[in-house]
Design a protein around this ligand. Structure first.
Ligand code: ZN
Ligand code: FE
Length: 254
């Protein structure tokens, strides 16, 4: 069994502390900073075997070196980020399996936000760490890749089992919802979800994780073929990629 603890970092980042219960293997996904993670480790496990990075941005690797030094951890990331992220130990390609104790993670290359961006997906644990590619009710900004790459990356995630739980890199859900509901303005499930998210955030609770099923119903970036969304954008004959591109551009200006 995989145990996941959510750690709030910086202003709106999430790092995730993992423990494979069968083997007492401990890891962290995207340690934004040293102190917040170290505090949790001291409280819970007093060890850290692996540091997993979805991509090279500072707010996802900020704690890497200090944690590695203190706990003698191994840094795991995409081959594409080998030269960018310092002191890495294990570099993986699309489709590779990373064995985290008895929990297997499949590496899925999802370029767009950055070129080397990967997700860590476990079929058995039914979880995906999606970094800054797929957010709850949104998707990441396109910095290094193309719209088409980002679109295809999200399409890959869409094909996973719908009961997969998504753990993303930031708490952007409320803001994403405000944008989504302007476009998908007749979506009752979305409106209900936004209510829940607002109440969670008010109580200081994360909106994460969210199931892929829920995202398929409410995340406009996963719904580019939806007739109501296309009609709202006056893009009746457009392709899914064209709709995606339009949505991403509108969101950038929101
Ligand atoms: Zn990023
Ligand atoms: Fe980020």
């Amino acid at each position: 069994m995989l145990k996941i603890s959510i750690i709030k970092c910086l202003s709106d980042n999430y790092s995730y502390l993992l423990k494979d219960e069968n083997t007492n293997t401990v890891g962290v996904v995207d340690p934004s900073e040293f102190a917040a993670i170290d505090k949790e480790i001291k409280k819970k496990y007093r060890k850290l075997d692996f540091i997993l990075n979805t991509h090279h941005h500072a707010d996802h690797i900020g704690g890497n070196l200090e944690l590695k030094e203190k706990y003698n951890s191994k840094i795991v990331c995409s081959f594409n980020d080998k030269e960018i992220i310092k002191n890495t130990d294990i570099n993986l390609n699309d489709g590779d399996i990373f064995s985290f104790g008895k929990t297997d993670f499949r590496v899925i290359h999802i370029p767009g936000h950055t070129l080397g961006h990967v997700a860590f997906y476990s079929k058995n644990a039914k979880v995906i760490f999606s970094g800054d590619t797929l957010f709850s009710l949104g998707c990441g900004r396109i910095f290094e890749g193309s719209f088409e790459q980002m679109f295809n990356s999200i399409e890959k995630i869409k094909k996973l089992p719908s009961d997969t739980l998504i753990y993303c890199g930031h708490e952007y859900t409320e803001k994403n919802g405000e944008f989504a509901v302007r476009i998908d303005d007749q979506n009752k499930i979305l409106k209900e979800r936004i209510k829940n998210v607002k109440s969670n955030i008010k109580q200081g609770l994360p909106s994460i994780p969210v199931s892929l099923k829920n995202e398929l119903d409410t995340n406009i970036f996963l719904r580019c073929e939806n007739e109501k969304i296309k009609s709202k954008l006056q893009m009746h004959n457009a392709s899914k990629l064209e709709v995606f591109t339009k949505l991403r551009n509108l969101k950038d200006q929101f």
